[in-house]
Design a protein around this ligand. Structure first.
Ligand SMILES: Cc1cc2nc3c(=O)[nH]c(=O)nc-3n(C[C@H](O)[C@H](O)[C@H](O)COP(=O)(O)OP(=O)(O)OC[C@H]3O[C@@H](n4cnc5c(N)ncnc54)[C@H](O)[C@@H]3O)c2cc1C
Length: 465
């Protein structure tokens, strides 16, 4: 419980309309979108509206050694926003201004609480897009997605958040404000601070402004659907398309279990009698190039024993993408606990990983569906279980251990886009070794010596490693 004078000072900093302390409000901030995570109510939630306010809050927190948990929309899937050690939740919900859009420099400057979809809506009249598009574009914030280095459906061709951060303003744990990068295309001054803070999950500094890179919106797009009788045929098609030198904007996979569930909720006629479906979109500035790429996709699908169809109308295309975005919410309706992982493998191992996930699900007698960004080797094996069934939860934990072990054995990684948070700390040393974990600790200690920034996340304490 925070002492009353500290609460009063927080209220003075943000104003009485921008602070919450009631028990009911604290419950609302005790969790995020991640299943099977510890929940914890904070002592207080504050809504700063300027970086100056953030600095004042950090100075107060440092003086009283109170943890600060930055929060965007709370949609992350690694327990990153849960205030496990109580303290202050710093919500960026009200720091949500688009400061400027600069078509000449293909950039926009935004506050961290801007919703990704709102930025895209604002830049669309300029014929521009901000490409990173996690499934939560309509809710997730620029600050949260920068802190997670989020990916999304268009990662294959357009990259992930780190490729679109040109500059930042960050408030450090000592209360200092640093700015780096900016609107220049090139900038090699000093360390690459953007790549240090992007993906640091609120553990090294608090992002208070972002200069984002924009690109011209593609003029033509075509959405194609490949269906397959085996996972191997679907996986081989992914490699086949890339081998044909086509980089689709998106190449998403849904296995049979996911297809049946999504069709049950979307009712748009998705095939439910196939083992896997690839949803592929090619796009570009030239219709001829897009047509040629669509033709190459078709050839790869057919060569791998698949059946191809093309979305004939905007409605058909939009329905297909909405169904894909609905995969997780649809699966989540089947049971009370949805464990969604994002183990990622080099693309050449996508078939191996798909089959490994299916085998692991069978071995532990679990309901497991796999969907995800197949073109990036980034799969989301999703286990549906009942948190009241102890035996099933134990089997689920064993299966998750094996999924990560399989990904690493194929030269992959623990997380392609959802981050480490609380969920994957125990596996870190398997990927980056003891010395890698020690380096993380040194960095954390240098930038946040009192461990007030998102403590209990990403950087394992010695006993947790
Ligand atoms: C249905 C569904 C689909 C999803 N699909 C995808 C997907 O396709 N790709 C993908 O990558 N992710 C996906 N996600 C995960 C999630 O949406 C992303 O991680 C998202 O970008 C998080 O944004 P947020 O605003 O909700 O951040 P939050 O969850 O609020 O925070 C995320 C992390 O960032 C920190 N943080 C927040 N704001 C700041 C700040 N200003 N400064 C410093 N640290 C900060 C928090 O402390 C936390 O550690 C999905 C989630 C759901 C529920």
């Amino acid at each position: 419980m925070l002492a009353q004078p500290v609460l009063s000072q927080l209220e003075q900093i943000v104003g009485k309309d921008n602070i919450l302390t009631s028990k009911m409000d604290m419950v609302a901030y005790s969790y995020d979108a991640t299943a099977d995570m510890p929940k914890q109510t904070p002592d207080v939630v504050v809504f700063p509206q300027s970086s100056g306010m953030v600095q004042a809050i950090v100075n107060l927190a440092r003086e009283h050694k109170v943890p600060i948990y930055s929060r965007g929309a709370g949609t992350n899937l690694s327990g990153g926003a849960v205030p496990v050690k109580k303290g202050i939740v710093l919500s960026f919900q009200k720091m949500n201004k688009i400061i400027n859009i600069d078509p000449d420099n293909l950039s926009a400057v935004v506050e961290p609480g801007v919703i990704i979809g709102a930025l895209n809506a604002a830049v669309a009249p300029h014929g521009l897009i901000y490409p990173p598009d996690p499934g939560t574009v309509a809710t997730a914030t620029m600050g949260g997605s920068a802190a997670e280095n989020s990916g999304g459906l268009r990662g294959l061709k357009y990259g992930v958040t780190k490729n679109y951060i040109m500059g930042m303003e960050v408030v450090l744990a000592n209360g200092e404000k640093v700015r780096f990068g900016g609107k220049t295309v090139k900038n090699v001054t000093a360390y690459d601070f953007a790549n240090l803070f992007v993906g640091s999950e609120g553990t090294l500094g608090i992002i208070t402004e972002i200069t984002a890179k924009l690109i011209p919106a593609p003029k033509f797009r075509r959405t194609l659907v490949g269906t397959f009788k085996t996972l191997a045929d679907a996986g081989n098609t992914v490699s086949g398309i890339i081998a044909a030198k086509v980089i689709p904007a998106t190449m998403e996979i849904m296995d049979n279990m996911t297809l049946r569930t999504v069709e049950n909720s979307a009712k748009i006629g998705l095939p439910t009698d196939v083992e896997a479906m690839l949803l592929i979109e090619v796009d570009g500035m030239s219709e001829d190039v897009v047509t040629a790429e669509a033709e190459a996709v078709k050839e790869a699908v057919i060569k791998n024993n698949g059946t191809l169809s093309v979305a004939e109308s905007d409605k058909e295309r939009d329905d297909l993408w909405a169904a894909r975005r609905n995969a997780l919410p649809a699966l989540a309706q089947l049971n009370n606990t949805v464990i969604l992982e994002d183990a990622t493998v080099p693309r050449s191992h996508i078939t191996d990983m798909l089959i490994a996930c299916q085998d692991i699900g069978k071995k532990y007698n679990l309901t497991l569906g796999t969907f995800g960004h197949a073109g990036d080797g980034n799969l989301h094996p999703t286990i549906l279980c009942d948190k009241n069934n102890k035996d099933e939860m134990e089997r689920m934990h064993k299966a998750v251990d094996e999924i990560f072990a399989a990904a690493l054995s194929f030269g992959g990684t623990l997380s392609g886009e959802h981050g480490i948070g609380m969920a994957k700390m125990k596996y870190l040393k398997d990927e980056i070794g003891e010395s890698g974990v020690e380096l993380m600790r040194s960095l954390k200690a240098a930038l946040d010596p009192d461990s007030i920034l998102n403590p209990g996340k990403m950087v394992p304490a010695p006993a947790e490693a």
